[in-house]
Each structure stands twice: as structure tokens, then as C-alpha cells.
Design a protein around this ligand. Structure first.
Ligand code: IMP
Length: 170
């Protein structure tokens, strides 16, 4: 096990408080990136003591089960009106940063009042695009991980803890 459910629970509380502190006024829009962020978002919304609106985007990149191809597509957009609203984009994990960069460009075009990023996990050594993450749960190495929403070929999302997947030797 890499990160336990209890470690996640404590860290999500801290992230929720940080988000609330940075958004003292008015309503906040949280936009989760499906599918991987569903569990993180569900816990995070209960840790942010603010009036909130929620929506989701679905992004996909072609590639193998564990490697992005670098080409991202928006499969489903948010329908919430975010123009003039402070927005926090909620990601499960930032690997190369290509998905996040694409989604930030997309959301910025909708003119939110502010746009920040929360990511449960970050793999800084693998970034290929320069992205700023305002709220990081845990920084990890280059390993592929599953659990707490994260999958390998659609499996393991339901696990309450986060585990490293041992890659078969090529
Ligand atoms: P990026 O565009 O390379 O940053 O990839 C981001 C997306 O790839 C994440 O939202 C995940 O869906 C997926 N991903 C990257 N690394 C992992 C991992 O270690 N486990 C599970 N999914 C991952």
C-alpha cells in the first residue's frame, strides 16, 4: 500500500480547509474530472465549508492502459454556467500534465472569476507540460497507482487505499 484511506482522509480535510480559506466569499464551482476524481470529489465537497455548485467534465487521451499518447479529447463538457464564478478543477492525478493543461485552456475560455486546481496526486518527475497545481494531496514518484477512484483498465477504482501496480517486465 502506498497511501492509506486514513492518510487520505486527513489530507482531504486539510485541502478542504485551504480551498475554503482561499474562497472566503460567495459560491464556488467545483468541476471534477471523470472518472478518476469521483471519490476524491465526493470527500472533498464535504470538507469545504462553503456554498458550492458541482459539475463534471470527461476527458480522454488515446494511449495504452498506463501511458498517455499526448492527444486529449473532451468527451463531455460541464453544463454549469461558470462565467464570473470562482472555479476549482478537481483532478485525481497529474502525470504528464497534458490532460490538466488541456482542461485549463478549455475552462479559461469560459471566463471564470478565478481558476484553481486541486489534485489528489501529483507525479512532478513526469510532467511534460508546465502546470500549476494549487492544492496537491500527495506528491509521488513515477509509479502507476490504483485505488480511491484511480483505475488500471477500469478496475480497482473502488479500493479505499492507494496501491502501486507492479508493471510486468516488457
Ligand atoms: P496526464 O495527462 O498524463 O497528466 O494524465 C492524467 C490522467 O491519466 C489522469 O487523470 C488519470 O486518468 C491517468 N493516470 C495517470 N497516471 C495514473 C496512475 O498512476 N494511475 C491511474 N491513472 C493514471
Amino acid at each position: 500500500m502506498l497511501i492509506s484511506a486514513e492518510q487520505i482522509r486527513r489530507r482531504v480535510e486539510e485541502l478542504g480547509e485551504a480551498i475554503a480559506k482561499d474562497h472566503p466569499h460567495g459560491s464556488l464551482c467545483l468541476i471534477g474530472v471523470l472518472k478518476g476524481s469521483f471519490m476524491f470529489l465526493a470527500d472533498l465537497v464535504r470538507a469545504v465549508p462553503r456554498s458550492l455548485r458541482l459539475d463534471f467534465v470527461t476527458a480522454a487521451s488515446y494511449g495504452s492502459a498506463t501511458e498517455t499518447s499526448g492527444e486529449v479529447r473532451l468527451l463531455q463538457d460541464a453544463t454549469l454556467e461558470i462565467s464570473g464564478c470562482p472555479v476549482v478543477l478537481v483532478e485525481d492525478i497529474v502525470d504528464t500534465g497534458i490532460t490538466l493543461g488541456f482542461l485549463l485552456d478549455h475552462l479559461r475560455s469560459k471566463r471564470p472569476a478565478s481558476l484553481r486546481v486541486a489534485a489528489l496526486l501529483d507525479k512532478p518527475a513526469r510532467h511534460r507540460r508546465d502546470v500549476t497545481i494549487d492544492y496537491v494531496g500527495f506528491r509521488i514518484g513515477e509509479e502507476f497507482v490504483v485505488g480511491y477512484g484511480l483505475d488500471l483498465a477500469e478496475e480497482y477504482r473502488q479500493l479505499p487505499d492507494i496501491y502501486v501496480v507492479r508493471q510486468p517486465q516488457a
